[in-house]
Design a protein around this ligand. Structure first.
Ligand code: NAI
Ligand code: MG
Length: 359
């Protein structure tokens, strides 16, 4: 079977790590019976500066009409209002209805930040919340300037993201049972919210998520429903991440939580994600375009390589996904080459070569 993959490097280190993603797909053993074809696609802030649009129609059309999946690097979205610009990845998630952002956070060995094993998944709602980007600014009669943003939560999006979290929890338990690893871990979905303050928006998210997880297949599957108010969630996660299994959260909290969890396993350069809809997935490292290290060839490629595995998993290519995960885990475990974010002095390329050898 041939899968066609769209490659959208974007800006900054996106252009250094996405080629690594392509290389690992090309290096998959032929015994898996998978072939890949690639199409390079443009998006990002440089694209905006050059062409006036951050997400060209051609990119969206090609993804829709030709591609089975895609890899996205990162974009350098400016932190000041920029007329005509809007983040292309936020737009892609919405336009392709990639409603779940799945972010596994896993340590393969004790880290300086945290000695016990960490193995959890953050399932971030990917289409709503303050990311609907309906903001406005106006002035009061006394000259005070007011800015407002809509935080939109609906029952459909909240229920389906919770079901996705439930399915992932069931699947993780099945994997633990067959592999014998981490067998005692409680199968659990933790709903994160702030419904003590935002009783309507986060309140709706919370109640829909609970109702979805109380459906028969999740109850029969032995999933424990847990919930945690978001501020103490950060606290508890920071103190002891080991008990957490699957965490489901509205868009913004899910974004924040994943960078925090990344710190516990040692680097943002390790954490992958997949933007998942029905029948399509975009693999994307969690990190941004990292302008502070751009152009030096030292970006950690692991988050991207793991994002490739995650994309394959959601395209039902489990064997290929597992092969990449194993190669990456073994590379990290031996740790002979690591990039500076992890305390080493290897280049992106040296780490990629080492993973490819293990694959
Ligand atoms: P960032 O994630 O780009 O970087 C944060 C820190 O982590 C930096 O010190 C960076 O060097 C380090 N880091 C990140 N990825 C790394 C890797 N693979 N290897 C080694 N070190 C790594 O976040 P920051 O600096 O807040 O944002 C920079 C730009 O990225 C902004 O323009 C922001 O809008 C954009 N961004 C884009 C995202 C996306 O495209 N999905 C997500 C987050 C930020
Ligand atoms: Mg983020």
């Amino acid at each position: 079977r041939t899968l066609r993959i769209g490659l959208i490097p974007g800006d900054g280190i996106g252009r250094e790590v996405i080629p690594a993603g392509r290389r690992i797909l090309e290096a998959l053993p032929s015994s898996l019976g998978l072939n890949f074809s690639f199409v390079d696609l443009d998006a990002g802030f440089d694209c905006f500066k050059n062409t006036g649009v951050a997400l060209p129609d051609k990119t969206l059309d090609t993804l829709r009409k030709e591609c089975d999946g895609a890899l996205f690097g990162a974009v350098s979205s400016p932190t000041t209002p920029t007329k005509g610009y809007s983040s292309p990845i936020v737009a892609l998630r919405k336009r392709l209805d990639l409603y779940a952002n799945v972010r596994p956070v896993k340590s393969v060995k004790p880290t300086a930040a945290y000695p016990d094993p960490i193995d959890l998944v953050i399932v971030r709602e990917n289409t709503q919340d303050v990311y609907v980007k309906e903001e406005r600014t106006y002035e009061l009669e006394d000259g005070t300037i007011v800015a407002e943003a809509i935080k939109r939560i609906d029952s459909k999006a909240s229920s389906r993201i919770a079901r996705m979290a439930g399915e992932i929890a069931l699947k993780r338990r099945a994997i633990r049972e067959t592999s014998g690893d981490n067998i005692g871990k409680q199968t659990m979905v933790t709903i994160s919210h702030k419904s003590n303050v935002m009783s309507q928006t986060d309140g709706l998210f919370r109640s829909c998520a609970r109702a979805a997880l109380e459906e028969k297949r999740f109850v029969d599957g032995g999933i424990k429903i847990d919930e945690q108010i978001i501020d103490s969630m950060f606290y508890k996660l920071g103190r002891n991440p080991s008990p957490y299994d699957v965490i489901v959260a509205p868009n913004l909290y899910g974004d924040l939580l994943s960078d925090d969890a990344a710190a516990l396993v040692g680097s943002l350069g390790l954490i992958p994600s997949a933007n998942v809809g029905d029948g399509f997935a975009i693999g994307e490292p969690c990190h941004g375009s990292a302008p502070d290290i751009e152009g030096r060839g030292i970006a950690n490629p692991i988050a991207t390589l793991r994002s490739v595995a995650l994309m394959l998993q959601f395209l039902d290519q489990e064997d290929a996904a597992l092969a990449i995960e194993k190669a990456v885990d073994s590379q990290l475990l031996e740790g002979r080459f690591s990039t500076p974010d992890m305390g080493g002095n290897a280049t992106t390329n040296e780490v990629v070569e080492d993973v490819l050898k293990r694959l």
